[in-house]
Design a protein around this ligand. Structure first.
Ligand code: BYC
Length: 482
């Protein structure tokens, strides 16, 4: 499987042997670039950015680092190596050879899964397009752009599948992916969490921690797919996704570290918030409210707890569990899922057939993974002698999708009267005042080696470069714009 890196569209799918497909994608490419220039990062398209680019799909070192102007990034089509003799791993078709073409009876379901996944990629770039104006350091600015170009590449990955396997309606879907806009009333992005702008860096780090992690779990489930091209493309996407969560997890950890420094000397957590804010930091209460918001929003992205769609996807062998190989019963016909449901105003238990609980099983793995991140942040607090701990709110808190949607559940999982929930809301979720405060902190720092007041520098830089490295080059001549 050669990497064709010098081609107009870099790829490892031997694109030049299929002239029709190559032409169709070369036709889509200028539309993509137009979209990128219109909806991609504002202002920084001409700057050279120290980015990594895929040069091989092997697990050992696929990344090549160099200065690139974003519109010249080598977006391409890269699939993980095929596994010889791979068979479908779960559902009614388990044990049969994987599909190399779309099976007719699953065409609509597969297209829908691919389009939903694809739609999130450009949506996130659109949401984040203004963040460059307020970056806390050049290191962070570079990480933002790395995330953005890779989301662009993930769009390419899905568009390749649509073009190569879904004929005319695939091509139409690919066009539509460039026509929808995050937050647009008439043509919004498909999933809720991808329609609100991300205008401050605290939200960006929360997004890359919690929302990108949903991406990880959806990709893990699709990597199990019996449709082999989908499995192979998502497997490679996962290698890129890891950096996005690193950005979120370490970003928040650095904020926690800075907050601890500002709390130093405060009697054990005694009303430290005023003190932290007075020094230009982000207090732990505010951090907790942002966690509550972004975590609950991201939980919604897994779909309903009890879902016949998910059961159908599983039965067909299209979308599995994360790491299906480690599960015992690949038919998922035995046993049931003990689902906490709300009945008559109180929590009760319902036995749900396993296949109908697939969204929830995936969400379970996601929750556990998030907890590992919180444990790391809490270690930072403990090591610095701070007694407060950051926590994940209850799954029923602040939900808009699924069986808990709209229920007045508190972060600790108590059902309270709606008016009480409304009254206490600003203690649990970012208030207008919180947002205004966080927004007031967002002053850009573009000098190498400098950093904003509310976040600590990273312990090491990118690709063994120091923090002081010029990760984004500016024309510093007098009179030049950024
Ligand atoms: N918002 O059975 P249900 C990422 C709809 S993120 C709006 O509960 P299902 C990334 C649903 O369409 C990962 N609508 O749900 C992260 C259905 O509509 P119909 C993206 C929603 O179908 C950061 C109805 O409710 N990947 O990669 O089992 C940066 C009932 O459906 C929502 C994927 O999403 C919602 N949140 O599951 C960049 C993977 N949830 O049929 C990138 C592909 C549900 O009544 N998608 N609905 O009209 C899927 O696997 C599934 O479509 C979902 C929903 C998990 C999203």
């Amino acid at each position: 499987m050669n990497m064709e890196l010098s081609e107009k569209i870099p790829n490892n799918v031997d694109l030049s042997s299929d002239k029709r497909l190559q032409r169709a994608l070369e036709h889509w490419q200028p539309s993509f670039l137009e979209w990128w220039k219109e909806m991609g990062p504002e202002r920084f398209q001409a700057n050279e950015v120290y980015l990594r680019t895929a040069i091989s799909v092997d697990s050992a070192g696929w990344a090549h680092f160099d200065y690139v102007r974003m519109p010249e990034y080598r977006w391409g089509i890269f699939l993980a190596q095929p596994e010889a003799g791979r068979t479908i791993g779960f559902g009614e078709n388990a044990g049969r050879p994987v599909w190399q073409e779309v099976p007719g009876e699953y065409r609509n379901a597969l297209r829908r899964l691919i389009v939903t996944q694809a739609d999130t990629e450009p949506a996130s770039v659109e949401q984040q397009r203004r963040l460059g104006a307020t970056c806390p350091s050049l290191y962070d600015l570079r990480n933002l752009f790395q995330v953005n170009v890779e989301e662009g590449r993930h769009l390419w990955a899905m568009v390749y599948l649509l073009h190569a396997y879904f004929g005319r309606d695939g091509r139409e879907e690919a066009e539509a992916l460039l026509a929808r806009r995050s937050g647009d009333v008439d043509r919004p992005r498909i999933l809720g969490a991808f329609n609100a702008p991300i205008d401050d860096w605290l939200s960006f780090f929360m997004f890359t921690m919690f929302t990108d992690r949903d991406g990880k779990y959806q990709l893990l489930a699709l990597a199990e797919s019996g449709f082999d091209p989908l499995s192979r493309t998502t497997r490679f996407m996962l290698t890129e996704e890891a950096h996005h969560m690193f950005v979120g997890e370490t970003g928040i950890r650095r904020i926690v570290q800075r907050t601890c420094e500002l709390m130093k000397g405060a009697p054990e957590n005694a009303a430290p918030d005023g003190r932290v804010r007075r020094q230009g930091g982000i207090d732990l209460d505010t951090l907790q409210r942002y966690i509550n918001h972004w975590y609950s929003l991201s939980l919604d992205l897994f779909g309903g707890e009890i879902s016949s769609n998910a059961a159908d996807y599983f039965a067909a062998g299209l979308k599995g569990r994360a790491n299906e190989k480690k599960c015992e019963d690949h038919l998922a016909l035995r046993g049931s899922y003990d689902m906490p449901v709300v009945e008559g105003g109180a929590f009760a238990h319902q036995e749900v057939p396993l296949r109908n609980a697939m969204n929830e099983i995936l969400r379970d793995a996601y929750v556990e993974d998030n907890q590992r991140g919180l444990d790391i942040w809490n270690r930072t607090l403990a090591e610095r002698g701070i007694a407060t701990r950051l926590v994940l709110p209850h799954r029923g808190f602040n939900r808009r999708i699924g069986i808990y949607a709209g229920l007045p559940v508190t972060p600790d999982g108590t059902l309270v009267p709606q008016e009480e929930w409304d009254r206490r809301r600003d203690g649990w979720l970012p208030s207008d005042a919180d947002r205004a405060y966080v927004s007031s902190l967002m002053q850009p720092v573009y000098e190498p080696g400098k950093i904003a007041s509310w976040i600590a520098p990273p312990t090491k830089g990118i690709n063994n470069q120091p923090f002081e490295f010029e990760y984004v080059r500016f024309d510093r001549s007098p009179g030049s714009a950024v």
